[in-house]
Write a protein that binds this ligand. Structure first.
Ligand SMILES: Nc1nc2c(c(=O)[nH]1)N[C@H]1C(S)=C(S)[C@@H](COP(=O)(O)OP(=O)(O)OC[C@H]3O[C@@H](n4cnc5c(=O)[nH]c(N)nc54)[C@H](O)[C@@H]3O)O[C@H]1N2
Ligand SMILES: Nc1nc2c(c(=O)[nH]1)N[C@H]1C(S)=C(S)[C@@H](COP(=O)(O)OP(=O)(O)OC[C@H]3O[C@@H](n4cnc5c(=O)[nH]c(N)nc54)[C@H](O)[C@@H]3O)O[C@H]1N2
Ligand code: SF4
Ligand SMILES: [Mo]
Length: 826
């Protein structure tokens, strides 16, 4: 087969960009109509192959081999993987790609591309534009940014978040931050991704990494490599529709199942993921913390926890001060005493410092007299607090029957190691931080943290490691942008809180559609004095811009991808930019020049990649030490990691104050959340009186047919996805109550807004719950939903507890949302 031959050829190539003389047979697909800058077919006899990575914000991070003839990409297939940088490890890492990846040909040559810079001529959002030159566009941007900064302060310009791509130069850790620092502007948000994803990472920090310790820099975040699930005896996919949202990694879960690993899926919907489970648990959404609490209680009651692990690696034996609720310290009971935790020696009941050499075995349980105080151990406090979560009580909250609660606890405790892969579906709740805190508590009690096949993971990969020297990239000459997360940005625009934002530049982000409470977002964006959007399509956000800049797709520029896996994927420019599009890096450089900070962009993307990875530096971070430029550009090499597959805290050193797993969280005492006792959500909770008006939970989850709003327009994907039309999943019993039949147009509404869409009746969604896949386009020209968008209904209620983790402040709780649905008559 010629394909195989080519793949072998890539492996043998001196560089990923060698020319391959395979002639015109490479032109299997796509002769784009009206591509002015594409080379004529007849003058392009040679096919070149490039290895790149797909950097869109999908957790896949696949390697793509792109076939190029002339200046035209003609075919995309999955690419191979190399060994670790130090050559010590070669994983059996499967090839990966999905239909969205293959469809990047259509994306690149789409008639929907923004081809030139435009200036708005009509009222904002009216769709009236005039074509302008790059010179005019960049001058206008520089002038307007300067004007806003002079009038309202440097921070009043917001260089907006970038979740649409996960690459280094142009994406989620991209050049926009460097630019924001250079001009003293504000920028949001790469650590927290608080448009959607920071709640669970906050919970991670509560238990595993004290955010107040300088070494943690305001909060860290880590997870197990997917291949590690091959080591699990049982896998819990918790609010994670992996078969749709990380398609290539789903294969690993299937491989694990083939080896006998049990699979449990907790999801109110019968997803493609749930369909493959040994046990599907259609939980009442928003109540997962209570289910975990029920499991913890059962495990404690039945002595199924790992006593030795708990004693050695957690704060379980430390005494709690009954009045302050803080850890009881030696200094609390002895004037001039030490700042050391106290424990009770099991042998003689005496109170000792935790590191007393005379301590035989610290007691895990009990209430102990310490002078006049009666102090319980942290584990005792946990057990007492969660004692109410009997299977029956848990069942009442979660709608998971009592027998299943016990079955889940048995499955989890009886199969070691037990791996939890949480989804961001969990993070899209107001109290998702608490759920993650609970899951980590469960994992710690059963000795699953820092071991192969265990842990609680929501995301993992190179992006979370120390491979990149981010400070050198973000903070040139120690200049530093002000962090303004997207959840706070609307208030800054509308109410000057915490300070005014008057101008913004969105690149790689479709904020006007993807952010929650869209009506508020639209108001906020419309209040700006000046708005620039760089995109390669006229997104809902671009429609509101004063200036639209034509961006390149990933095939038309150089970048580096190291995100959802542990491989560094160099992304060479495979074709010249189409029409007048430019890379974001180049666009930023042009504006920077005009604002007097051009010097920070005078190097090439290659130069910056070399700098950020410290290529050739013997002191480079251990994960990338020894990496050569030749390696980086030849293939995808894996980071050197201590454990393979990668497991966080493999050495059991926890970056907390105590150095132990802190399932008892001192910092959360003001929020009455020091242990993981279930609390009600902000809106979609069982006893909310609002249910009388808006009785249905409204989910807006992620579909395999697009990446958020990306690729919604592509014919190959529309063809197999309801012709590109959105729909609302609703249980037939909920539909019948409302006289709704399959295919009827329905109005979904609440106090914040509404949308119209066709109903899809399905038993595959729990009663009382609805779902409308997010990300469909809601622009002047494209109405994926008949009217509106799911984010017309969602809110921006922030969880204050998360403020204790500066990098992971509250994200939008998209799924914590109630609606009513009615049939549209006529
Ligand atoms: N194809 C595709 N892949 C993607 C993306 C995409 O848009 N398209 N986006 C990427 C990004 S940025 C993200 S954040 C991830 C998100 O992908 P996932 O992590 O899989 O998250 P979601 O699709 O938001 O939700 C997963 C499941 O959680 C369920 N769920 C909702 N609420 C609850 C609850 O309270 N409890 C339980 N147990 N289940 C609940 C939903 O029914 C849904 O099936 O996907 C990434 N991958
Ligand atoms: N209702 C609801 N809303 C949600 C969610 C949900 O579950 N429900 N999920 C949330 C989550 S988890 C996330 S991560 C966010 C994602 O929100 P976004 O990141 O805003 O979503 P994308 O559609 O990926 O938007 C990226 C935009 O960047 C453009 N783009 C892509 N690559 C480039 C590039 O290289 N350069 C430039 N200049 N532009 C580029 C794309 O064309 C697209 O318009 O959405 C959130 N919104
Ligand atoms: S969209 Fe995601 S899963 Fe599909 S090819 Fe791209 S990175 Fe891979
Ligand atoms: Mo996300």
């Amino acid at each position: 087969m010629p394909r195989i031959k080519r793949r072998q050829f890539i492996k043998g190539m001196a560089g990923g960009v060698a020319a391959v003389g395979v002639g015109l047979s490479g032109l299997r697909y796509l002769e784009p109509a009206g591509v002015a800058s594409a080379s004529p077919l007849t003058s392009a006899p040679e096919e070149k192959l490039y290895r790149t990575g797909h950097s869109n914000n999908c957790d896949g991070s696949c390697g793509h081999t792109v076939h190029v003839v002339g200046n035209r990409a003609t075919f995309i297939e999955s690419a191979p993987w190399e060994s670790s940088i130090d050559g010590k490890v070669k994983e059996d890492y499967p090839p990966r790609i999905c239909l969205r990846g293959v469809s990047q040909l259509q994306n690149t040559y789409s008639p929907d591309r923004v081809k030139y810079p435009y200036r708005r001529v009509g009222p904002r959002g009216s769709g009236k534009w005039e074509r302008i030159s790059w010179e005019e566009a960049t001058t206008a941007i520089a002038e307007n940014f300067r004007k806003a900064q002079e009038k309202y302060g440097a921070k009043s310009v917001w260089i907006a978040p970038y979740t649409g791509s996960l690459s280094l130069i142009e994406g989620v850790i991209g050049a926009g931050y460097r630019f924001a620092s250079a001009i003293g502007a504000s920028a949001g948000d790469f650590e927290g991704d608080n448009e959607g994803d920071s709640a669970c990472p906050a919970g991670f920090n509560y238990v595993l990494a004290d955010p107040t310790l300088p070494a943690n820099g305001g909060g860290i975040f880590d997870g197990h490599e997917y291949l590690d699930y091959l080591n699990s005896k049982v896998i819990f996919l918790w609010a994670n529709n992996l078969a749709e949202t990380s398609i290539p990694d789903w294969r690993t879960i299937c491989d694990a199942r083939k080896n006998g690993t049990k699979l449990v899926v907790l999801d109110p919907r019968y997803t493609p993921t749930a369909a493959a489970a040994d046990l599907w648990v259609p939980i009442r959404p928003g109540t997962d913390t209570a289910l975990v609490d029920g499991m913890i209680r059962w495990i404690i009651q039945n002595k199924r926890f790992d006593e030795a692990y708990v004693r050695q690696y957690t704060v379980a034996p430390y005494l709690i001060h009954p009045l302050t609720k803080k850890f009881l310290k030696h200094k609390d009971i002895v004037a001039g005493g030490e700042d050391k935790y106290l424990v009770v020696d099991e042998q003689d009941g005496s109170v000792k410092k935790w590191d007393d050499p005379g301590l035989s075995k610290p007691s895990l349980w009990g209430t102990h007299a310490v002078g006049a105080l009666k102090a319980r151990t942290a584990l005792q406090v946990l057990a007492d607090t969660l004692n109410k979560y009997t299977p029956e009580y848990t069942a009442k909250i979660t709608d998971v029957d009592a027998k299943t609660v016990v079955q889940l606890a048995e499955l989890y405790a009886g199969n070691h190691p037990a791996g939890v892969k949480a989804g961001f579906g969990l993070s899209h709740w107001y109290r998702a931080d608490l759920t993650f805190q609970a899951l980590l508590t469960l994992s710690a009690l059963t000795g699953n943290i820092g071991v192969h096949g265990g842990g609680v993971t929501i995301y993992s990969g190179a992006l979370l490691t120390t491979a990149y020297d981010i400070p050198s990239w973000f903070y040139p000459d120690k200049k530093q942008y002000t962090y303004l997360p997207p959840m706070q940005a609307c208030d800054a625009m509308l109410e000057s809180k915490p300070y005014p934002v008057k101008a913004a530049w969105f690149m790689v982000d479709n904020y006007a559609q993807q952010m929650s409470d869209r009506n508020k977002v639209m108001k906020a964006l419309n209040s700006l004095d000046f708005l620039v959007v760089s995109d390669y399509v006229l997104s809902a956000t671009a429609e509101l811009a004063d200036i639209v800049l034509p961006a390149c797709t990933y095939l038309e520029k150089t970048d580096l991808l190291g995100s959802g896996n542990y491989y560094l994927q160099y992304m060479p420019k495979t074709i010249q930019p189409l029409w007048e599009s430019k890379s974001d890096f180049e666009a930023i450089g042009l504006v920077a020049e005009k604002m007097g900070v051009g010097q920070y962009f005078h190097k090439t993307p290659d130069d910056f990649i070399k700098e950020v990875l410290h290529i050739g530096d013997p002191q480079a971070d251990p994960t990338v030490r020894g990496l050569t430029w030749d390696q980086l550009t030849k293939g995808a090499y894996r980071l050197n990691t201590e454990s393979v597959p990668y497991v966080p805290f493999y050495n059991k050193q926890f970056p907390t104050k105590s150095g132990k797993i802190e399932f008892y969280v001192e910092l959360l005492i003001p929020y009455e959340q020091e242990v993981c006792d279930y609390k009600e959500q902000a809106e979609a909770f069982p006893n909310n009186p609002l249910l009388q008006k808006y009785p249905l939970v409204f989910l807006s989850t992620h579909t395999r047919f697009r990446t958020h709003s990306q690729y919604c327009n592509l014919p190959w994907l529309k063809e197999i996805n309801n012709n590109g039309e959105g729909f609302l999943e609703i249980n037939p019993r909920d539909a019948a109550k409302r006289g709704i039949a399959d295919g009827d147009v329905v109005r979904v509404f609440n106090g914040r807004g509404e949308m119209k869409v066709r109903a899809r009746l399905t038993e595959g969604i729990k009663q009382g719950v609805t779902n409308c896949y997010q990300g469909g386009w809601a622009t002047r020209q494209v109405k994926h939903y008949i009217e509106g968008h799911p984010n017309n209904l969602t809110h921006q209620i922030a969880n204050p507890a998360q403020t204790i983790v500066p990098n992971f402040q509250s994200n939008a709780a998209y799924y914590d949302c109630l609606v009513q649905v009615e049939k549209v008559k006529g």
